[in-house]
Write a protein that binds this ligand. Structure first.
Ligand SMILES: Cc1cc2nc3c(=O)[nH]c(=O)nc-3n(C[C@H](O)[C@H](O)[C@H](O)COP(=O)(O)O)c2cc1C
Length: 176
């Protein structure tokens, strides 16, 4: 069983990257096999439904998702949705990479009102690719972070709980 943690923000000062790193730390502490995919390390073409699928970086990120049984996605909220970089990743990799994965979400937003913004992506993964969505969502605002990362211990615990729940659900589903 292997999990993939995706950090989807392209912002060098990203807050959701701290969430991804906290999830990675929990998985490491619990000896749960995992990889980290940071989209800043993999510049991707914009999906055009055609030639972009053939870009070498697309094969790399596709392989990383395909090789995982479960995925923890840490992303910004932009315009009441996930950021375009994450949506683009899903468009480029599609069913071949995502089908049947267990997927969890960790989000960084600017305010509390956008807390349902993840539902469009969650619904799309669920309906299109038969992903099973972990019913533990971590939604954060700037109040949850200090200069060194996550400052709210409740959030840190919620990320850990989400990471462990993702591992457990992924494991259980592999048994069936
Ligand atoms: C283009 C853009 C759109 C945004 N839209 C929203 C939004 O709809 N709702 C919200 O709460 N915050 C919004 N924000 C604030 C970001 O969610 C916030 O800065 C968050 O920390 C971004 O994640 P990151 O730090 O991991 O990059 C937006 C920020 C940008 C740059």
């Amino acid at each position: 069983m292997k999990l993939l943690v995706i950090s989807a923000s392209l912002n060098p000062g990203s807050k959701s990257r701290h969430l991804a790193q906290a999830a990675v730390a929990t998985l490491a502490e619990n000896a749960i096999p995992h990889d980290l995919l940071d989209l800043r390390d993999h510049p991707l073409p914009i999906c055009d439904g055609g030639a972009a699928y053939g870009a070498p970086e697309v094969a790399i990120v596709s392989r990383a998702i395909t090789d995982a049984n479960g995925v923890i996605v840490a992303s910004p909220i932009y315009n009441y949705d996930v950021n375009a970089a994450l949506k683009n990743l899903v468009e480029l990799t599609g069913k071949g990479a995502w089908e049947d994965k267990t997927v969890a979400f960790l989000n960084a937003a600017g305010g509390s009102s956008s807390y349902m913004s993840i539902m469009a992506l969650a619904g799309s993964l669920m309906l299109d690719f038969r992903c099973v969505i972990v019913p533990r969502f971590v939604y954060t605002t700037p109040h949850d972070f200090g200069d060194d990362g996550i400052s709210n211990e409740t959030i840190r615990q919620r990320v850990a709980d989400c990471a462990l729940a993702t591992a457990e659900l992924t494991r259980q589903r592999l048994k069936h």
